[in-house]
Design a protein around this ligand. Structure first.
Ligand code: ADP
Length: 394
């Protein structure tokens, strides 16, 4: 592979995560985060050659932050930046794969904003700022939802009146597609199997969490739905609840739609159950010192995860392996072991030593001999976005 420098950008409403990488190499030439954009405390943090740097840029917006970043990226790329890959959360039904950014794709991303009112407008801010600063450079959008456009209709439709789907796009879309795609390909490579002829369960467990069933390189089912709230218990999100909760809280407590929505997205999950933290590492420590809320939060998290994986297995013709990824999946031997204890019917058992070894970036197989594969694989969404960007530039 000849040397190609791709800048990967992930824009939130007040932040930009970025990484400069050449997909031929495993390390990032430059990476970092601009945060608190639009406020007096806006700041740019970046890492280069093992050194950490920071720059205050009071009141800088997305464009201001990218303008500060540009000379550093060009210097790190020796003046040869080949393209920019943007993470875009929602591609609706329009995008089944990554897309070159032009006026038609921009309009389609804009028209999808009602499905992701917090995320897509923020992603667009980054795209528009980058187009303004690098008008000559090819730019590509890579969607969290695109990988799941291969779901069969019986997996993506809700049991709701058809008009809601047909006229308003109410269906399951799924998220974390870039991560599930990347780790399932890596799993096949590491196992000496053909990605186009193998079946995987994948659990991406970060602050947001989702499971996915992948058959022959295609997503066949996933736990998130219309929005990233559906499915597993997560850091601050409830995951599945009885939808009648909205009416119940309105009638009994007088809660508004917005109050319940806020509680489900920001005050629930590990944080709500434990009353302590949304952070699994903190909860493991608290549970070890006897905090009952932390213990309960971990138990619920693992049981719900196991139930979701068992449900996903309905979409597989055979199981070539289960993959754990994301901050919790890559680091928590406790979560992996508690989850698998609920999945004996799938014949999944761990080798305790291998499980304990796979933490802090150590990937590998952790199943007990003679049982189905269980793999810990570090996700690398930036690398997948860079590869997708490169594929479209070529
Ligand atoms: P994001 O979704 O924001 O990218 P990450 O993938 O970084 O999040 O995952 C964050 C989660 O991973 C947090 O709950 C954090 O506590 C957990 N985590 C990271 N390291 C460990 C560890 N050593 N043990 C348990 N949990 C960990």
């Amino acid at each position: 592979m000849t040397s190609r420098n791709i800048l990967v950008i992930n824009c939130g409403s007040s932040s930009i995560k970025f990484a400069l990488l050449d997909p031929a190499h495993s390390h990032f030439a430059l990476s970092g985060l601009a945060e608190r954009l639009g406020s007096p405390d806006a700041v740019l943090h970046w890492q280069q050659d093992g050194q950490k740097h920071s720059l205050n840029m009071p009141s800088a917006d997305h464009r201001g932050a990218l303008a500060q970043l540009l000379p550093r990226v060009e210097q790190a790329a020796n003046g040869r930046l080949h393209g920019i890959g943007h993470r875009v959360v929602h591609g609706g039904e329009h995008f089944t794969q990554a897309s070159r950014i032009d006026s038609a794709s921009l309009a389609a991303i804009r028209s999808t904003a009602p499905l992701a009112p917090l995320h897509n407008p923020a992603n667009l801010l980054g795209i528009e700022a980058a187009l303004g600063l690098f008008p000559e450079l090819p730019q590509v959008a890579v969607f969290d939802t695109a990988f799941h456009q291969s779901l069969p209709e019986h997996a993506y439709r809700y049991a709701l009146p058809e008009v809601l789907y047909r006229e308003h796009g109410v269906r399951r879309y799924g998220f974390h597609g870039t991560s599930h795609r990347y780790v399932s390909q890596r799993a096949a490579e590491l196992s000496g199997l053909d990605p186009a002829n193998s079946s995987w369960l994948s659990a991406h467990l970060g602050n947001g969490c989702s499971t996915c069933a992948i058959v022959n390189g295609q997503s066949r089912d996933t736990s998130m739905g219309l929005t990233p709230l559906e499915g597993l218990a997560m850091g601050t999100r409830s995951g599945d609840i009885d939808p009648n909760l909205f009416g119940h809280l309105s009638r009994t407590l007088g809660w508004s739609l917005e109050q319940t929505e806020h509680m489900l997205n920001h005050d629930s999950g590990l944080l709500g159950l434990s009353g302590l933290s949304n952070d699994m590492r903190s909860l493991e420590q608290a549970s070890a010192s006897g905090h009952p809320g932390a213990t309960l939060a971990i138990e619920v998290f693992c049981y719900r995860l196991a139930k979701s994986l068992a449900a996903m297995s309905c979409a597989l013709p055979q199981l070539d392996g289960l993959i754990f990824t994301g901050g919790i999946g890559e680091n928590s031997a406790l979560v992996r072991s508690k989850t698998l204890a609920h999945l004996r019917l799938l014949n999944l058992y761990l080798d305790d030593n291998a499980n304990a070894r796979c933490v802090r970036g150590e990937s590998g197989a952790i199943q007990r001999a003679g049982h189905p594969r269980v793999l810990v694989i570090a996700t690398n969404e930036e690398r997948q976005i860079a590869l997708d960007t490169l594929a479209l530039l070529n």
